[in-house]
Design a protein around this ligand. Structure first.
Ligand code: SF4
Length: 286
């Protein structure tokens, strides 16, 4: 079989739940339905929702809004939950339970007076949401940033801290952050919040890339977990391409007889992966 799709490629549990949840709502709701920020990072799903009349809004609507606000799988900041309640607006919370677990841990750690150390990308919506549940927090995109912060703030290593990670963060970088905190901090609570789906997907993609002549990563260019898969595959395979759909695979990228591996981000629908696999089959036929 010259084309192999990595196990675990595509929708994760949280994204599947969010997509099913919103289409289920559309089947029974006749008022306006809006999502607070994009529901998931995928243009095909965004288009399908737009065709059903779903709009994306960047802020909680004003009081009197007659419709339902859907909260995405990455979660939204605390003030959005408060505004929805204050304004009496109906909502459907599709925050992934694994992300909600981080919100709860951060809230609890903060109540205990812990400084929350978040390993992730500060501008990622999930991290923005996590930060909002903390009374005091710092965000680090790498173990080096965490070490520099510790060095620049003498005594911080003796403060009570809680360490958490963005669910889709790089597994190896997270391990290094965890090891550093275990070694240096004297009163640290560590909550291992990397999602299993992420860890498995990264491991399977790396193994497949190492065994392929060319590797295709299918997913949104602005998706953090898709970009991470792309970087990881590049470490194991010389020919790697990130595409949002089969139509973006350029002629000449694949040669007849190539052994091709395919992985996909957590927000990529199964039919998009299948179209890419079919195109690869055709291109590699001797
Ligand atoms: S990657 Fe994990 S935490 Fe994030 S939405 Fe998917 S299942 Fe939930």
């Amino acid at each position: 079989m010259p084309v192999t799709v990595a196990e675990g490629a595509g929708f994760c549990f949280g994204v599947q739940r969010a997509v099913e949840g919103i289409f289920d709502l559309l089947g029974r709701e006749h008022r306006r339905v809006v999502t607070l920020g994009p529901l998931i990072h995928n243009s095909q799903i965004a288009k399908a929702l737009a065709e059903r009349g779903v709009e994306t809004v960047e802020a909680v609507p004003e009081r009197g809004f007659d419709g339902v606000v859907v909260l995405r799988s990455h979660g939204v900041p605390l003030h959005c939950h408060l505004q929805l309640a204050e304004r009496g607006i109906d909502s459907l919370d599709l925050t992934c339970p694994f992300v909600r677990r981080i919100h709860d841990a951060v809230r609890e750690g903060s109540a205990q007076g812990r400084l929350v150390l978040i390993v992730g990308h500060a501008d990622h919506p999930e991290v923005v949401g996590i930060c909002s549940f903390a009374r005091a927090h710092e965000v680090f995109a790498s173990p080096e940033e965490l070490a520099a912060f510790t060095q620049q703030n003498p005594g911080v290593e003796q403060r009570p801290v809680l360490l958490v990670a963005q669910t889709t963060f790089d597994v190896e970088q997270w391990r290094r952050c965890k090891n550093f905190v275990e070694k240096v901090y004297t009163n640290a609570q560590i909550s291992d919040t990397i999602c299993n789906a992420t860890e498995n997907r990264q491991r399977q993609a790396a193994a497949l890339a190492a065994d392929s002549d060319a590797m295709l990563v299918v997913g949104a260019r602005h998706s953090s977990n898709t970009n991470r898969l792309y970087e990881l595959c590049r470490q194991h395979c010389a020919r790697v391409l990130l595409v949002e759909s089969a139509s973006e695979i350029p002629a000449g990228f694949l040669q007849p007889g190539d052994k091709v591996g395919i992985t996909a981000g957590a927000s990529t629908p199964a039919y998009v992966i299948k179209e890419a696999a079919d195109k690869c089959q055709t291109s590699t036929r001797p």
